[in-house]
Design a protein around this ligand. Structure first.
Ligand code: SAM
Length: 354
């Protein structure tokens, strides 16, 4: 591969025009998923199950191979990107992921590999993932009610995911639950999620619903701001900001303490109402090999073309630098939900990775 750094040449610091150091790479390793969440796949809630099979997916030849992903990652890491998150689609449905993780683990300079998953395959894969070196899991769970889970995701698998969460926790993973906040769908459960954070050793993070993908069914009336969610959570206890949360990325993280003195950890991710572009340190590689500097912007660099046309590591490095140098100061929805006339990005979330 010729791109691992030897330790003799320290990696360059990847700094963009707005003095942000870019060190975090998100890889969408597949656009395939074993769920059909209403906000991710382009269908409305009532239509989810009947349209199960109608979702368009990439051809296998269009996905980057593991060799290509590893090649790109090794170049990015050699340039100073030291944290990688695997996402999708559902990363655990891609065969060979454990070997891929082991190969990533051999990249000198890579400090962390994390994974975002819907948890469906955790009952069988949590242990091998732990053995492969993963220690941090973000697990998506938008409801604690099995029936609602089936309506949101199109599959009756709440208990499987719940079992996966328990197994992951017991194995010693650091678990964060991602809850996409949707008015009229799960806003009646935010306080239950706060209770969960008080009872279990996991962090609950509420994510503002984003308009990603032109048919994804986002509507302003479904949107709930992080501050509104925060006020609901404050009915359960006191929120105290946790300091030194750099590794938490965009989440604002709080300790929640209830009247009985129980403590939990709760985070709020507010890309719309309180954007965090100033501290954004990430690049995303889509499952078809396009490098994006922002989830909410369609500007992309075609890495697959470079990899498949005999491009060199220097070509890849130039493409990474170009993507970083053209990273915009902020995304298109800086003015909050009222400023959103249409989705600012047209790629599907499952290709881009959430
Ligand atoms: N399949 C994995 C999962 O479910 O976690 C990884 C991919 S999923 C696209 C990554 C994250 O994006 C999930 O936490 C999901 O809830 C979130 N997500 C997807 N669409 C979203 C949207 N429109 N607004 C906010 N979050 C979204």
């Amino acid at each position: 591969m010729g791109s691992k750094f030897s330790g003799k040449n320290p990696p360059e610091l990847l700094v963009d025009q707005f003095s942000r150091t870019i060190s975090y790479l998100r890889l969408s390793i597949t656009d395939r998923c074993n769920l059909r969440c209403i906000y991710c796949q382009p269908k409305k809630i009532e239509e989810t199950v009947p349209h199960w099979k109608s979702v368009e997916i990439l051809q296998h030849r269009d996905l980057l191979t593991y060799e290509e992903l590893l090649h790109f990652a090794s170049v990015a890491v050699s340039m100073g990107m030291d944290k990688i998150r695997l996402t999708g689609g559902e990363p655990l449905v891609r065969r060979g992921i454990l070997n891929f993780i082991r190969s990533l683990n051999n990249l000198e300079g890579l400090k962390q590999i994390r994974l975002t998953t819907n948890g469906v395959l955790l009952p069988e894969l949590a242990e091998p993932l732990f053995q492969a070196g993963i220690r941090h899991l973000n697990i998506s769970l938008d409801t604690l009610k099995p029936e609602k889970f089936a309506r949101i995701t199109g599959r009756d698998l709440f208990h499987t995911v719940w079992q996966g969460i328990q197994i992951a926790k017991n194995l010693g993973f650091q678990v964060k639950l991602n809850v996409v906040a949707m008015r009229g769908i799960n806003d009646d459960e935010f306080r239950d999620f706060a209770h969960l954070a008080l009872q279990e050793p996991l962090q609950v993070r509420f994510i503002e619903f984003m308009p990603v993908g032109e048919q994804a069914g986002w509507d302003k009336k479904d949107f709930i701001s992080a501050s509104e969610i925060q006020s609901l959570i404050m009915q359960e206890g006191t929120l105290t900001p946790q300091k030194g949360q750099r590794s938490e990325g965009p989440a604002r993280v709080f300790s929640l303490t209830d009247r009985e003195g129980r403590q939990g950890s709760v985070g709020f991710i507010s890309p719309i109402s309180h954007h965090f572009c100033d501290s954004c340190n990430r690049l995303r590689l889509t499952s078809e090999g396009r490098l994006r500097s922002c989830l909410l912007s369609d500007q992309e660099t075609d890495i697959r073309e470079i990899l498949r046309s005999g491009g060199t590591d220097d070509d890849l490095r130039s493409a990474i630098r170009l993507t970083i140098m053209t990273k915009k100061k902020g995304h298109a929805m800086q003015e909050g939900p009222d400023s959103i006339a249409q989705a600012p990005c047209h790629g599907r979330m499952s290709r881009i990775g959430g």
